[in-house]
Write a protein that binds this ligand. Structure first.
Ligand SMILES: NC(=O)c1ccc[n+]([C@@H]2O[C@H](COP(=O)([O-])OP(=O)(O)OC[C@H]3O[C@@H](n4cnc5c(N)ncnc54)[C@H](O)[C@@H]3O)[C@@H](O)[C@H]2O)c1
Length: 357
């Protein structure tokens, strides 16, 4: 099956008239490796370059995939074979590579959040629009099956009008203490709240009007990591719908998965409950211990090919560039999410409701 697909691919590309897009990845850490993997096997993409300021990481990745490696993304942006890039640097370091990639005429897939200030996000969107290049933000939960189906049912009119929602997306303390070296320069709001805020505005089909938020700093601060333990916030949308949101970074490491995710969406004529942690479908016990490995977010390798919804969003970007189509998550979506999350932070700081104008 897999072989026949691979043999058919060049023929399909020839018949369909689609071309292979030259792709580069800036930032080769935990998630950058996923972009590299997906690009390397995309039928309409060709991974041509990778870049990281860490020389070892850059070299091992470049060698593994047989592509050119760079330590300076500006140099990579001068490579004419690179038509499109992923920006997978830490949350607060997306701005410069995105703007410079746009100015170099490259299409861009930027990891979430687009930026951590409204000014940066506006500048990034302006740079892409001025250069006429595609800017997509990787809000991959729009490809998470239960959320995609909720949106489909809502848009089909099966549920009536949106009224209220609850979304909780949290991580175990492993993420800010062991996985991310830069947790104190970001927050659970940027890392996870960007996903859930995008889901709320997408499914409730409206833009935010006002927010009220609280946060707490105790556990992580006590460990020397200066970032809030959690945020709880209420977003009121222009169409009257209200979303209650929760993101925590201090769940115990004894949970079977590093992510905790629950949501409910209530409409005038129906509701949807989403319990998207399906890792429990695969519970592995060995003589050394046990785990519930991820099998749905991915990319997870099955029979030599990657699956998972995190692959789908990255693939969508390549599909859109190859077919000259606009992706269905844009820089403007990233800008709106950044606006809302900055208002959430302002609400925490001032202890009052913040209106988004
Ligand atoms: N880790 C996850 O599960 C995950 C999931 C989805 C999205 N993301 C997003 O992806 C982004 C990266 O996260 P991560 O977990 O991979 O972080 P990471 O720290 O593992 O990797 C970031 C990499 O960027 C490199 N880098 C920094 N500045 C650079 C520059 N100027 N040029 C080239 N490389 C540079 C660093 O050396 C590092 O290797 C973040 O915005 C994050 O929110 C992460």
């Amino acid at each position: 099956m897999e072989n026949s697909f691979n043999q058919l691919t060049p023929l399909f590309i020839m018949v369909s008239g689609l071309r292979k897009v030259g792709l580069g990845v800036i930032g080769l850490g935990v998630f950058g490796q996923n972009h590299v993997r997906v690009y390397a096997e995309h039928p309409f993409g060709e991974l041509v370059a990778v870049c990281d300021i860490k020389e070892d990481l850059m070299r091992t990745t470049a060698e593994r995939y047989g592509v050119k490696g760079y330590m300076d993304y500006r140099e990579m942006l001068r490579d004419p074979r690179v038509e499109a890039v992923s920006v997978v640097t830490p949350d607060f370091l997306h701005r410069d590579p995105v703007i410079e990639a746009a100015e170099a005429g490259k299409h861009i897939l930027c990891e979430k959040p687009l930026a951590t200030t409204v000014e940066d996000a506006e500048e990034m969107v302006r740079a892409a629009e001025k250069a006429g290049v595609t800017l997509m933000v990787d809000f991959h939960n729009r490809w998470n099956p239960p959320f995609a189906l909720t949106k489909e049912a809502a848009d089909a009119g099966e549920l009536g009008d949106p009224v209220h929602a609850y979304i909780r997306l949290s991580d175990t303390i492993y993420v800010p203490t062991k996985m991310l070296s830069w947790a104190s320069r970001s927050s659970v709001l940027w890392f996870l709240g960007s996903h859930t805020t995008d889901l709320a505005r997408w499914i409730l089909n409206s833009e935010a009007e006002r927010v009220y938020a609280t946060a707490g700093m105790r556990v992580l601060k006590g460990m020397g990591i200066e970032t809030p333990d959690f945020y709880q916030y209420v977003i009121q949308f222009k169409n009257g719908a209200v979303a209650t949101m929760e993101n925590s970074w201090i769940l115990p490491e004894t949970l079977p998965t590093i992510v905790d995710f629950k949501a409910e969406f209530v409409f005038t004529d129906g509701c949807v409950y989403v319990d998207p942690i399906q890792h429990g479908a695969f519970k592995k016990f060995t003589k050394d211990g046990w785990s519930y490995p991820d099998i749905i977010v991915g990319p997870v390798s099955i029979h030599g090919r990657y699956i998972g919804f995190a692959k789908e969003s990255i693939s969508h970007f390549v599909d859109c560039i190859a077919q000259d189509k606009e992706p269905f998550v844009t820089g403007r979506d990233g800008l709106e999410v950044t606006r809302i999350l900055c208002a959430v932070m302002e609400s925490v700081e001032k202890g009052r409701v913040v209106n988004l104008t």
